[in-house]
Design a protein around this ligand. Structure first.
Ligand code: PEP
Ligand code: MG
Length: 580
């Protein structure tokens, strides 16, 4: 048994077989071959070994000729390992006796060899492990050939263990079979983490390197609440987690009746609890949890899953699905927020040194007007179908907002000219997710119909911490007094103008902050759909004066740690246990 500590990004417990994706994206599932196919499979292995040997010999010749025998010798060593009789017979035995597929057998045997080297004291010998991984990859490349499988063709339940998953790779995980995932890198605010919540599967990111120590098929536990990953758990641990998973299921069903009840405080103040969605199907999760609407639809995922730019019709279909499912409840459609960690396959954008500070979001939209206009046309065409609102992301200057609104006005003129029906009075709002937007909030409120606090980015930009970087996770803190002051400023600017303001960053879905946010004056929270019941339950347990007292205490504190400890104690008075 081995335990790894990572960052908890999506709650719940998952227990199952590991599917290992290494840096090159190979999947090495535990597969078996039919008894009568063993001879053919051994032959396939033979061919792969021969092809790998030819390749290595070729490298040896080229490198020796160009850099000298000493360097060519590296490949000679690889060749000897590849052709080592003992190693070879172990792989063959696994295929013959256990009927493992050659891919799985190669991976099992070579990884075991590598682990022995990794454990040796001598750093020189420990480094030889990477030579073995190199041979493993080479053999797998030949064995899988064109069949090099992504994670698109799964047939049984798995827990994906990967070095990294991009938001679009995560978005494309097969929900029928992927029961959870772990990545070696990544931070708490990454969109990969956000997508895990959309998929409603437990996930842990930022564990650091461990993939070389696991083989596909190994039993694994993902504890998405504590950020723990347990490889090859012992019987006792396994039983404990099985009980915990059952308890979580029971707990979730206990909250189900809340679906029909409003998010209303004990003293009768109605709170709007809306859902954040990335994919149209999630609107069902919102309806199931009794959401008061969709407070954030991250439409950029339409681009992330596609090979080409989505057409106006593709946009319209997605919006129609969401807006109609919500009926008379509002749907805030945010225009595409691409860039930074959300890179589409279609347009190869230039590599940027600082993508979070680069051409992302509304900036990208204003530089690519045809793409922006296509989306705006589709959103406008969806307006007669329900209660649509438009929201612009990452606005940092008044000029940007005005430009975006001008493009929208232009799109409306165009639609009118062609007699396409739309609602001219569609409310237009913006995300407040840069410190600049907070500082200028008193001006912005004059030009929009609503504001929405995007704390995921606001924390990143206010504290200068990368939301996707595990190494600065201790600094990425919603409870930081600097962040809280920014939030308070934005709320004040909106309330002076009596303008609706909500919060749609991850912070709003954490019950730890519910009392604080209500006490600070927020009455609209847009959260991951799965978080609605817990947040609603808390809203229904407290009064606004109680929340205001909490907010007042917190705003006088100097350290994020004190804020968190205090909030934990306060919230515990109302609910038994909370997920942060
Ligand atoms: C945010 O930044 O808080 C937000 C809601 O937007 P995203 O997470 O998509 O950047
Ligand atoms: Mg954002």
């Amino acid at each position: 048994m081995r335990k790894l500590q990572g960052i908890a990004v999506s709650p719940g417990v998952a227990i199952g077989e590991a599917l290992v994706m290494d840096n090159e994206g190979f999947r090495i599932p535990r597969r078996f071959v039919a008894r009568d196919a063993v001879v053919d499979e051994l032959e396939r292995l033979e061919k792969a070994v021969a092809a790998a040997a030819t390749e290595i010999a070729h490298h040896r010749e080229t490198v020796s000729a160009e850099l000298g025998e000493k360097y060519g010798g590296i490949f000679e060593a690889h060749l000897q390992m590849l052709q080592d009789a003992k190693l070879r017979s172990e792989v063959e035995e696994m295929i013959r006796q256990r009927h493992y597929s050659p891919e799985y057998a190669v991976s099992r045997v070579l990884r075991r060899y590598a682990q022995v080297f990794q454990r040796l004291e001598s750093s020189y010998l420990a480094e030889r492990a990477s030579d073995i991984f190199d041979i493993e990859k080479r053999l797998l490349r030949h064995l899988l050939g064109r069949r090099r499988e992504g994670i698109a063709h799964l047939t049984s339940p798995v827990l994906v263990l990967a070095h990294n998953l991009t938001p679009s790779e995560t978005a494309n995980l097969d929900r029928r079979f992927v029961r959870g995932f772990v990545t070696e890198v990544g931070g708490p605010g990454s969109h990969t983490a956000i997508v895990a919540e959309a998929l409603e599967i437990p996930a842990v990111v930022g564990t650091g390197a461990f993939l070389t120590e696991v083989s596909g098929g190994e039993l694994t536990i993902i504890d998405g609440d504590k950020g723990l990953v347990i490889l090859q758990p012992d019987e006792e641990t396994l039983n404990r987690y099985r009980r915990e998973a059952e308890e979580l299921r029971i707990q979730a069903t206990k909250l189900e009746p809340l679906r029909e009840l409003p998010a209303e405080t004990r003293d009768g103040v109605r709170v709007q609890l809306l859902g954040n969605i990335e994919f149209p199907y999630e609107v069902d999760h919102c309806v199931d949890r009794g959401a008061d609407g969709v407070g954030l639809y991250r439409t950029e995922f339409l681009y992330l899953g596609a090979d080409s730019e989505p057409t106006e019709e593709v946009h319209l279909q997605a919006y129609t699905r969401v807006v109609q499912a919500m009926g008379d409840k509002p749907v805030v459609i945010r225009t595409f927020d691409l860039g930074a960690d959300k890179m589409p396959n279609m347009a190869r954008m230039e590599d940027e040194r600082n993508p979070c500070l680069g051409l992302r979001s509304i900036r990208l939209a204003l530089r690519n007007l045809p793409i922006f206009r296509t989306q705006l046309r589709a959103i406008m065409r969806a307006t007669p179908l329900g209660k649509v609102r438009i929201m612009f992301p990452l606005v940092s200057t008044l000029l940007e907002l005005r430009q975006a609104k001008m493009v929208l006005a232009d799109v409306m003129e165009d639609l009118q000219e062609h007699n396409v029906p739309f609602d001219r009075d569609v409310p237009v709002g913006m995300m407040v997710e840069t410190p600049a937007a907070v500082m200028m909030a008193d001006r912005f409120v004059e030009e929009v119909d609503f504001l929405s606090l995007g704390t995921n980015d606001l924390i990143q930009y206010a504290l200068a911490v990368d939301r996707s970087n595990k190494d600065v996770v201790n600094l990425y803190n919603p409870a930081d007094p600097a962040v809280l002051r920014l939030i308070a400023m934005a709320i004040q600017a909106a309330s002076r103008k009596q303008l609706p303001i909500s919060m749609c960053g991850q912070m709003s879905g954490s019950p730890l902050y519910t009392m604080l946010l209500l006490g600070m004056g927020l009455r609209q929270l847009s959260v991951t759909p799965s978080a609605i019941p817990e947040v609603k339950s808390l809203c229904r347990s407290v009064t606004i004066p109680e929340c205001q007292a909490v907010a007042q205490r917190v705003m006088g504190m100097e350290h994020a740690r004190d804020v968190k400890n205090y909030l934990k104690e306060e919230v515990k008075k109302y609910v038994r246990e909370i997920t942060e």
